[in-house]
Design a binder for this molecule. Sequence first.
Ligand SMILES: Cc1cc2nc3c(=O)[nH]c(=O)nc-3n(C[C@H](O)[C@H](O)[C@H](O)COP(=O)(O)OP(=O)(O)OC[C@H]3O[C@@H](n4cnc5c(N)ncnc54)[C@H](O)[C@@H]3O)c2cc1C
Ligand code: SF4
Ligand code: SF4
Length: 1012
Amino acid sequence: MEELRRRLAEDLRDVVEGEVRVDPAALALYATDASLYEAEPIAVVCPRSSRDVERVAAYSADHGIPLIPRGAGSGLAGGAIGQGIVLDFSRHMNQIVSVQGDRVRVQPGVVREQLNRQLRESGRYFAPDPSNSRVTTIGGMLGVDAAGSHAVRIGSTRDHVVSLECVLSGGQRIEFGRESLVRPRQEGPSVVDFTAGMVPGLANKADGLKLSSLTPLTRQTELIERVSSLLRENESLIQQQQPALLRNCCGYMLRGILRGEMLDMPRLLTGSEGTLAIFTEATLYTMPLPEYRSACMLMFGTMEQAIQAMQQILPLDPSACDLLDRRLLSLGRGSDVRFRDIILPEAEACLIVEFPGSSLREVQQRLDDAQRLLRDRAIDFRTTREATTFEDVEFLWSLPSQVVSLLASLKGASRPLPFVEDVAVPPEKLAEFLVAAQKIFQKHEVTATLYSHAASGQLHFRPILPVPHRGDETLLEPIARDLYRQVIQAGGSISGEHGDGFSRTSFIRTQYGQLYRVFQQLKDLFDPLRLLNPDKIISNDPQLTIRHLRKTRPAEKPAPAGATPLLPVMQLSWTAEEAADAAVRCNGCASCRITAPATRMCPFVENNGDEEVTPRARANVLRRAVCSPGLVDLLSDESVRPVLDSCFNCKQCQIDCPSEVNIPHLLLEARAQYVQAHGLSKTGWLLSRVHTYARAASRFSFFTNWMLKNGLARRVFERFLGIAAQRRLPKFSHTPFLDSPRVQRQDNTGAPGSQRPTVVYFVDYFANHHDPELAEAFVRVLEHNGFRVFVPRNQTVSGMTMVSVADLAAARVVAEQNIRELAEPAREGYPILCTEPSAALCLTQEYPMLLSSNDAEIVAQQTQDAGSFLLELLRRGKLKRDFTPLNLKLAWHTPCHTRAMRKGAAMLELLQLIPGVEVQVLEKGCTGMAGTFGLAAENFQRSLQIGKELISAMSTIDAVAGVTDCSSCRMQMEQGSSIPTLHPIKLLALAYGLMPRLGERLKSRPSGLSLS
Ligand SMILES: Cc1cc2nc3c(=O)[nH]c(=O)nc-3n(C[C@H](O)[C@H](O)[C@H](O)COP(=O)(O)OP(=O)(O)OC[C@H]3O[C@@H](n4cnc5c(N)ncnc54)[C@H](O)[C@@H]3O)c2cc1C
Ligand code: SF4
Ligand code: SF4
């Protein structure tokens, strides 16, 4: 295999402009999608143009290597993975080519939401609406014929396609539209009959060469002719066997393709899962944005009542009617306070119903009519929200899209698994079918969650089962077999909108009987060598549903003969099983690929949508390394470096990931393994140890500060220390706070017996060496509020910078020192307070993973950031509010590490207590500074790029100062700005009248190479 990969890479790199990758990291990242499956590709190609795809397809045919097209990899059936060349269209082929009237021409990698953002400007949209629109690509939607809640009114993707530019196996590029069958036959050689006597899937080189030598015209002519003959010959079989359902993407759609003398090729190809042709461009119909819509949320005490209500409503022609069960509702209540207000805790089911109309009056009337009808039929329900504006209606629809992703966050060893998640039945049979489905789940002793686009008969079940592991016994097949039998009996389809993939391909014969033979013939016409996405739709493997299940348990490391195999040795304080469990929580849903405005997710993804910078990539490499035998060395491979380097431990992914995957610790483990093999980079080593030479820098602060603002000296620093020469740096204070008389004096003690409540202050590096005024201000604010403040003298830096670069040995040394200082007061029950959010995070989240000691746990429990401590006081009515007005306009930024503590922006609330203070909140995402990341010359430009929106806002904003509680965010906020940025504690101290000299800080300006 290695030799094949090496040769393939050499050959393709000569002819393809995009990246050709055969390295272990790429193979790990593209081995999974959002399904339960895993299949290692032979290679990954990120094409830059249709020409690239032609060349890869010709190469594939000539060498008998399969091709698997891929968009965002968010498919749930395993359609975008396989043992061949994976073509990732999302990386480069993601442009909107043109917008004209009611049509748009796009490349396949365009994300649906990105497309609609642009179309919205002209009052139009691309209508099919899968609930994960913020990540799904148009190529993926075309691949599975995606649809969503509004399918009953607007149909599915195939109803909106004008034409498709396709590359066929063999490399011919053809634009397929609605093809007339009456035109004179084009001249051209007859196609070779590859299918005669061929063993499916075993491509032979001579056949491949013949295929790639044919012209596009020859193949187009032959395909149109043969496909139309095939459909004509089997017309009655198609009518009998393929149900005319609102939702059906099982197998190939043969119904309605041949209409008189017209062959609707786009309709046939949409939903073919990359098994007939690869789409390289598409022309799509767009629709005017609906002018008037109304929606309501109806709550029911039983599922039966909800189904009865749905059946009454369907004849009223709603544009959507979705059904959610109790589990989804409780996830919704927990996910957003706004949902808590409208989801009744006692509700067992809910319907979201939408009506379109031509006026506000009409849509309101239709809502009223529906509810009146339910009352007339004596159905017990409560309406908790009606919506008639665009925003309100969209808000109601955000509930299903949020809760479907959140399903994976349910705690426990069993999870709602997507394998029978896509059945569809005629809507009028829904009630009867649900009862039968319930019996099947009872028979197998499982419960299942349910979300349904009831108006179109689409049902998303997720049985709750232990996460399967390749090779283990599992209930997946028996449940699927029983449920699908029932679906077929009800006249439904086993795949409504997610495609067949590895999940359902082996059941397509059961669905269609004789018609499967026609599918095989169709496949052979398009893909005679069976190289396009093998084992999807067409396969002879009866066990496909479980064959490629992911490996989800740690694999033992092969040992020399006679010795016991070992589990991989972990660097953090967790076992290989715990690390595997954490990684397996990532179900690949691709939500961390979202780059929409107003999301913070991963700052690296925001900047560059490559798969390798996504949080999912980090979970994938770690899971693969731990769970695949022989792959433990993956983490020391050079190719993993870009995956590891594009993370600065900001922890935003952990907050925004619907499954709450602990990506930061997975990444840290992976990075520590890499560092173990290769050592730290020089810059990483130097910057993470700034505190060790900071004492000397403080002692000679006059000289150090002069050097820090001198351009020549800074260039020398850049050369030898790796600190970016253009980065504005803070001055060193001559006396670090921990050396100050306040800390050194006798009565700085945590000894029990004080009249006043005691708190402990953990200072950390920045306040100690660069901003002792902040530390002093905090102590005074606390004392003003009646506390005794104990500042342990021998505390040291938190070590977050060392953690971030995975210098775990050094991080453990400082962690142990701090725990020695803090454990005793923590046991006394004293709160440990931090003015630096990353210090609070380090003590609460990183120390327990570094040390796994009881003391580390106790310290973690007692630690809090300064803002949330003071806000709690306020809420208990114990915070003094004797502020003098400040009359200031300020610009606030919430640091990622404050957000990561999930306690809101406490400091912002406190600031707003000061009379006269007007705060403008800047919601511009991560600053890109991230501790020492933005200090390093090698990261400087990337750091500015990530923080560009914030930097630009700070350079133009009408405010006297920026405010943030994170010292490194402050550095970035001052990088391009002429106003200072302050810690909010200083403003509180100023408003309390405790340190009038702080008023001067508002006049101090950042300039040259120095901060304010
Ligand atoms: C949380 C969540 C919610 C979802 N909700 C919905 C929903 O409401 N409705 C719905 O329909 N689906 C839904 N899905 C399933 C899935 O995300 C969608 O079907 C989506 O359209 C797949 O898009 P993708 O870009 O991720 O494609 P991928 O997963 O990368 O690929 C999907 C299929 O399309 C093929 N393909 C990709 N690009 C091309 C191309 N250029 N040429 C030919 N074939 C190609 C692939 O080979 C594969 O078979 C959901 C998935 C998740 C994780
Ligand atoms: S990290 Fe979270 S958001 Fe990203 S793919 Fe995994 S589960 Fe989804
Ligand atoms: S910690 Fe931050 S940088 Fe790292 S993967 Fe998560 S969001 Fe991205």
